[in-house]
Ligand binder design. Structure first.
Ligand code: AMP
Ligand code: ZN
Length: 479
C-alpha cells in the first residue's frame, strides 16, 4: 500500500529564487518545518481569476512541500486598509469594515470552491496597527525614516544600500527628497516611499490616532509587520505575483531588514500573470473574470483549478474558453482513470505494471522537486494513464493492483487537489440520491445558494441533474 510508505522530506527540492535569479536547493531554517508568507487579496472588490492564479500557485507549492513531508506554516494577510479599499468604501458610502467584509467572505468562498488549503492564519491589516507603528518607530529611531512636511513618514531608500536588488533595478541617481505617497507605483518612480500616511480629507473617518500622529499605514509596512509577527524576523518563503515584486516586495524587504539587521526572506517565489488577449488580467483594465460568474455559466471550478496549476508558475497563461475546456477534459481523464483502476478486477497481471507504478512515482516527484515543474510531472502522469488504460482494456490489472494504482492517484492528488474522492457507480448512486434530496429541501426553503452549490458538487461527481415538470432526473455524465 502506498499510504503505508512514509514519504521522506526531499533533499532535492529546488526553487527559482527571485533574489538570486537562480534555481537553488531548498533548505528550510528549521528542519522539517517551512514558514511561508503569501501576500493575500486586497479586499476592495471580488478577487478575479488572475488573483486566484497566484493563490493556486501558492497552494500547489504548499501541497508539494507537504507531499514531501514538511509541516508548513502559511500566513496569508488580508489587505483591508490601503488606497484602493479606502477609495472603494468611500465612493460607495459604506464603512470600511462593512465594505471589506463582503469581499473577505467572497474570497473564502472562492478558495473553498477551488479546494485551496486554508492558510494557518489570515491576519488583517486593520488588526495589526500597533505592530506597524512599532516598526515605523524603530525605523525613525534608526535614521531610516523621516517625517515629511506633509506630516507623513517616509522610508529613506538611500539608507538601505541594497535597495533595488530584489527587483533588479538600479536606483542610479537618487533624487533628494523625491518621494511617493501612493501605495503602488512603477520602477521608474523609485524614490522614498510612505510608511505612515498623515490623515487628509480623502481618508474621511478612516484613521488611527497613534504615536505617529493621526493617519494610516502604507501598504508595504503592513506585510512587514504581519509576516514578522507570525513567522519571525527571518523566514523561508515569500510569494506573490510578479506585479508585487516592485514596489511591494522591494519595500517590504528594505523596511524589514533595516529594522532587524537580518535577512528577511531566504526564498522569494513569484508567479507569472494570467493574461487575457495578451494583457495582464486586472481590474483596472476591465478584462477580468470572477470565479462565481464562470461557475454560473456552467464551468466547473475544479477545471479552473486544473487550468491554473497545469502551467508552470513562471510562465504566463493566456486565458481562453478553449483552454478551459481542455482542462475539463484532462481532469475527467484523471477522474475516470482513478475510478477505472478502483473497479479493476483483471484475471491476469502484467509484469510491466510494477515498473510503471514505481516509475511514475519517481518521475512525477523528480519533476515537481525541480521548481514545481508541473508540465513534466503531468506528462509522466498521462503517459502512465495511457499505458495502464491499455492493460485495463486487456483485463490485465488485478483488483489489488487496481487498488494500488487508485491509491497512488489519490496520493498525487494530495498535491494536485483536482481529482477528489472517486466512487464506484453503486456508491455514487447512494451519495447522489442523498445530495439530490438535500438540494430539494434547500429549494423548498428557497435557499438557492445551497441548491446551486449542491448542483455543482454533483457535477463534480459526474452526476448531471435536470429539473423537469415531473421532478428531478439525474444521470451519470458520459465520459
Ligand atoms: P491584490 O489583491 O491586487 O493585492 O493581488 C493578490 C495577488 O494576486 C498578488 O499576489 C498579485 O500579485 C496577484 N495577481 C494580480 N493580478 C494577477 C494576474 N493577472 N495573474 C496572476 N496573479 C495576479
Ligand atoms: Zn504583501
Amino acid at each position: 500500500m502506498f499510504y503505508g510508505k512514509k514519504t521522506m522530506q526531499s533533499e532535492n527540492i529546488r526553487f527559482f529564487n527571485t533574489l538570486t535569479r537562480e534555481k537553488e536547493r531548498f533548505v528550510p531554517i528549521e528542519k522539517g518545518h517551512v514558514k511561508m508568507y503569501t501576500c493575500g487579496p486586497t479586499v476592495y472588490d471580488f478577487v478575479h481569476i488572475g488573483n486566484l492564479r497566484a493563490f493556486l500557485f501558492e497552494d500547489l507549492l504548499r501541497r508539494w512541500l507537504e507531499y514531501r513531508g514538511y509541516t508548513v506554516t502559511q500566513i496569508m494577510n488580508l489587505t483591508d486598509v490601503d488606497d484602493r479599499t479606502i477609495k472603494a468604501s468611500r465612493s460607495q458610502g459604506v464603512p470600511l469594515r462593512q465594505h471589506t467584509e463582503r469581499f473577505v467572505r467572497g474570497f473564502f468562498e472562492d478558495i473553498e470552491a477551488l479546494n485551496i488549503e486554508k492558510a494557518t492564519q489570515y491576519p488583517r491589516a486593520t488588526e495589526h496597527i500597533p505592530e506597524m507603528v512599532a516598526l515605523v518607530k524603530k525605523l525613525l529611531d534608526g535614521g531610516y525614516a523621516y517625517k515629511g512636511e506633509d506630516g507623513s513618514i517616509y522610508f529613506d531608500i538611500s539608507k538601505f544600500k541594497d535597495y533595488g536588488s530584489l527587483a533588479k533595478i538600479k536606483v542610479e541617481e537618487l533624487k533628494p527628497g523625491a518621494r511617493v505617497k501612493v501605495d503602488d507605483y512603477t520602477k521608474e518612480e523609485a524614490s522614498d516611499f510612505v510608511l505612515w500616511k498623515a490623515w487628509d480629507e480623502n481618508d474621511g473617518d478612516i484613521f488611527w490616532e497613534t504615536e505617529l500622529g493621526k493617519g494610516r499605514p502604507g501598504w508595504h509596512i503592513e506585510c512587514s509587520a504581519m509576516s514578522m509577527k507570525y513567522l519571525g524576523e527571518t523566514f523561508d518563503i515569500h510569494c506573490g505575483g510578479v506585479d508585487n515584486l516592485f514596489p511591494h516586495h522591494e519595500n517590504e524587504r528594505a523596511q524589514s531588514e533595516s529594522v532587524t539587521g537580518r535577512k528577511f526572506v531566504n526564498y522569494w517565489l513569484h508567479n507569472e500573470h494570467l493574461l487575457v488577449e495578451g494583457r495582464r488580467m486586472a481590474k483596472r483594465l476591465g478584462n477580468y473574470y470572477i470565479l462565481k460568474d464562470l461557475v454560473a455559466k456552467g464551468h466547473e471550478s475544479m477545471a479552473i483549478r486544473y487550468l491554473m496549476i497545469s502551467t508552470h508558475y513562471r510562465q504566463q497563461i493566456n486565458f481562453t474558453f478553449d483552454g478551459l475546456e481542455g482542462a475539463q477534459k484532462a481532469l475527467e481523464r484523471l477522474r475516470n482513470f482513478a475510478l477505472r483502476s478502483l473497479e479493476a478486477d483483471g484475471k491476469s497481471a502484467d509484469q510491466r505494471l510494477r515498473g510503471l507504478i514505481e516509475g511514475v512515482e519517481k518521475l512525477f516527484g523528480e519533476a515537481m522537486d525541480d521548481d514545481l515543474n508541473i508540465s513534466v510531472a503531468l506528462a509522466h502522469l498521462f503517459d502512465f494513464v495511457r499505458d495502464v488504460n491499455n492493460f485495463l482494456d486487456e483485463g490485465k490489472v488485478s483488483k489489488e493492483d487496481g487498488q494500488e494504482i487508485h491509491d497512488l492517484m489519490m496520493k498525487f492528488d494530495k498535491a494536485l487537489g483536482v481529482i477528489g474522492e472517486v466512487k464506484t457507480e453503486r456508491e455514487l448512486s447512494q451519495v447522489a440520491e442523498d445530495l439530490i434530496h438535500k438540494r430539494e429541501e434547500a429549494r423548498k426553503a428557497r435557499d438557492w445558494k445551497t441548491a446551486d452549490q449542491i448542483r455543482e458538487q454533483l457535477k463534480s461527481m459526474g452526476v448531471l441533474i435536470e429539473d423537469t415538470a415531473e421532478g428531478i432526473r439525474w444521470k451519470l455524465e458520459k465520459k
